[in-house]
Design a protein around this ligand. Structure first.
Ligand code: HEC
Ligand code: HEC
Length: 172
């Protein structure tokens, strides 16, 4: 009897160690599994985001490619600073060319593209495309933030005009 008790008390720490090890390994496996799943979810989300950008039909400068680049290199537009009057003058001037035929919708869209040129002093086309995937409130918030950046040359009252430009080019 005493021998048996002695045996158990000697085995107890050993048993506890084994049990603890099993529990720790078990929890570790669960955590690793969760981590792997989280990574998978993260990768999927990122892929969805990339797909979304790739699938946007919003082409901020397509109106210029359709109506203007047959005669001008895209560089020609870099000197345009996007004031409303300046843009109207340019479009009016171009419409006097015998080979320039712009429907009223074309005029709106070209106008919109020329407004968005302001963004290209800091961004490539991709970043402006991203804006096309966002809700109206988010767009406004970002354009507002952009207008506050030094050197943006965007005045606060142009924020609405820029947002309108986005919609016009998308054909709304
Ligand atoms: C049929 C050819 C043709 C097309 C299409 C055309 N342009 Fe022009 N554009 C000209 C010519 C010619 C001039 C005058 C010479 C020059 O400045 O290069 C000119 C001049 C300009 C200028 C300079 C104006 C200035 O005051 O110096 C701008 C800016 C311009 N075009 C923008 C546009 C835009 C925006 C479009 C699209 C709506 C467009 N052009 C489409 C032929 C064209
Ligand atoms: C003077 C430089 C400048 C100009 C001009 C500018 N941006 Fe930005 N933009 C930045 C910088 C810097 C960031 C990154 C920091 C930030 O998000 O504020 C940024 C960030 C962004 C982002 C990502 C913001 C987000 O929250 O995901 C978008 C979209 C964007 N700009 C669009 C535009 C558009 C559209 C215009 C034209 C109306 C524009 N930007 C004009 C400098 C500029």
């Amino acid at each position: 009897m005493e021998n048996k008790n002695h045996f158990i008390s000697r085995m107890l720490p050993f048993l506890l160690t084994i049990i603890t090890t099993v529990v720790v390994v078990f929890i570790e496996q669960i955590l690793l599994g969760v981590k792997a799943e989280l990574n998978e979810v993260k990768a999927t989300l990122q892929k969805m985001e990339e797909e979304k950008v790739k699938n946007v039909t919003f082409q901020p400068f397509k109106p210029l490619q359709e109506n203007c680049t047959s005669c001008h290199n895209e560089r020609k537009f870099m000197g345009i600073h996007g004031g409303d009057a300046e843009i109207n003058n340019i479009i009016n001037f171009m419409e006097q060319m015998p080979d320039v035929h712009l429907s009223p919708q074309d005029v709106e869209k070209v106008h919109g593209s020329l407004v968005l040129l302001k963004c290209t002093s800091c961004h490539d086309e991709q970043q402006i495309k991203v804006l096309g995937t966002m809700s109206a409130e988010k767009q406004k918030e970002i354009i507002m933030r952009m207008s506050k950046k030094s050197g943006s040359n965007i005045s606060p009252d142009e924020v609405n005009q820029i947002q309108k430009a986005l919609l016009e080019i998308q054909g709304f």
